[in-house]
Write a protein that binds this ligand. Structure first.
Ligand code: 5AD
Ligand code: SF4
Length: 434
């Protein structure tokens, strides 16, 4: 079945969704569909949705309504991703602009559903790993490679286990072959993706073994990173592999969620603050200067001012380079949505603001310490401002270079001249000047 339909795709949410969109494009293009940049030119519009917080869900449904009302000849409107999985076919009744609703395990069906123009919701769990699909990667020289999907943790606030299904890992050989190919094609950075990469297991291969094989297969000129790591599953062997291999980035995102043991228990996180801090100590001992980031939820049900104070202390103690801070959002069907002690919206917001203020200061201080230092960077492409290029450091920091014209994928040494926390401005040390 070859189609000549034009599609437009828009993505919301995490890196897994970004890469799933690349997989969806791979599936569509193999059947003859072609991409357009303007939704007005499209015969099919696909929105890849995120359900992790209510705000994300409202945004994508608002976008669907807006796009649905915009055109005279209405395109086929497809909702993919986690909101699609969460609500399924019932969305078709409430949101008349939607034609097709498809969950993350059913993307292979998209070409058929679109060409048949069926009004359907498809949300089966199929343990799909999209083996054999050629993703359409658009972020050269950076690439994502999924190593596992799903989550078995059931943190009490989180909808992911309900919409992404049970954990399943891809075969090691297939992951290694994909990374080797990307490295050969000149990709300077590969990010291994999974809802909980540390619980990767395929036969006898666990995550540290996979990471070692990937690091060896990709050669010196491809950096390797991975997200997301659950603190309870981060083992010493993983830290050793990170430290041993030059091309594994000395950077880790390790969501802590709260600084209070009581709240962590209510969240069903499976570790105490002390155990978390021990992992941080192990990481810093093995890799001094490692760039660390985290996620925190403010205003979880039952969080007292004292519990919250412990989270503040934790941020001050660890001094993460970056933190992604959220206010608790109730997700129906999760264990936390039935908990007593829900906090008023103003309290959640006020606590979130306090955390943001603290972390902003720390982030600025930590990035300021880089000024005057020389760092290796990967040139990723043009910046928004003409005449500027964007680069990444191994710590995943953004560096802007002015007046350079390097090919994306080039590695350089730059000196950091200025830093504001999130953006760093670099210059070429004399020896590298073109
Ligand atoms: N409310 C607020 N934040 C949430 N997260 C996940 N679920 C919720 C929720 N219900 C946050 C967690 C997670 C990140 C991806 O999103 O911090 O690590
Ligand atoms: Fe959600 Fe917890 Fe699984 Fe992360 S580990 S996806 S927060 S349930």
């Amino acid at each position: 079945m070859i189609s000549d339909m034009r599609y437009f795709i828009d993505v919301y949410g995490c890196q897994m969704n970004v890469h799933d969109a690349e997989i969806i494009e791979g599936i569509l293009r193999a059947e003859g569909f072609s991409p357009v940049d303007d939704p007005g030119d499209a015969q099919v519009i696909l929105l890849v949705s995120c359900a992790v917080r209510e705000h994300a869900e409202t945004r994508v449904l608002g976008r669907a309504a807006q796009l649905g009302g915009m055109f005279k000849e209405s395109p086929v409107m497809v909702l993919c991703g986690c909101v699609a999985q969460e609500h399924g076919a019932e969305l078709l009744e409430k949101h008349r602009e939607l034609d097709i609703v498809v969950g993350p395990d059913c993307y292979r069906e998209l070409p058929r559903l679109i060409t048949e123009r069926s009004r359907v919701g498809l949300t089966d769990f199929r343990n799909e790993d999209y083996e054999g699909i050629q993703a359409v990667r658009k972020e050269f020289p950076r690439a994502y490679v999924t190593v596992m999907r799903g989550c078995d943790n059931f943190c009490s606030y989180c909808i992911v286990p309900f919409v992404r299904g049970r954990e399943r890992s891809r075969p090691r050989d297939s992951i290694v072959a994909e990374v080797r190919r990307l490295s050969y094609l000149g990709y300077g950075e590969v990010t291994l993706l999974g809802q909980n990469v540390n619980s990767y297991r395929f036969g006898k291969i666990d995550f540290p073994a996979l990471l070692r094989d990937v690091a060896l297969a990709s050669g010196e000129r491809t950096w390797i990173r991975f997200v997301t790591s659950h603190p309870k599953d981060l083992v010493r062997e993983t830290v050793e592999v990170m430290a041993e291999h030059r091309n594994v980035c000395k950077q880790l995102h390790l969501p802590v969620q709260s600084g209070s043991d009581g709240i962590l228990q209510l969240m069903n996180r499976g570790y105490t603050v002390g155990e978390y801090l021990e992992k941080i100590r192990m990481l810093r001992e093995a890799m001094p200067g490692i760039v660390l980031s985290t996620d925190v939820i403010a205003g979880f049900p039952g969080e007292s001012e004292e519990d919250f104070g412990r989270t503040v202390e934790l941020l001050e103690e660890v001094r993460f380079d970056y933190a992604f801070l959220f206010k608790y959002s109730e997700r129906s069907g999760t264990a936390a949505s039935g908990l007593e002690g829900a906090l008023p919206e103003e309290v959640r917001l006020e606590r979130l603001n306090r955390l943001q203020e603290i972390q902003r200061r720390i982030t600025v201080e930590k990035s300021g310490m880089l000024v005057g230092r020389e760092l290796e960077v990967l040139v990723t492409g043009p910046a928004r401002r003409p005449g500027q290029q964007v680069c990444r450091t191994p710590g995943n920091r953004t560096v802007i270079l002015k007046g350079t014209d390097y090919a994306p994928g080039t590695f350089l040494n730059v000196r950091i001249e200025k830093a504001d926390g999130w953006t760093h401005f670099g210059s070429l040390p004399e020896s590298c000047e073109k």
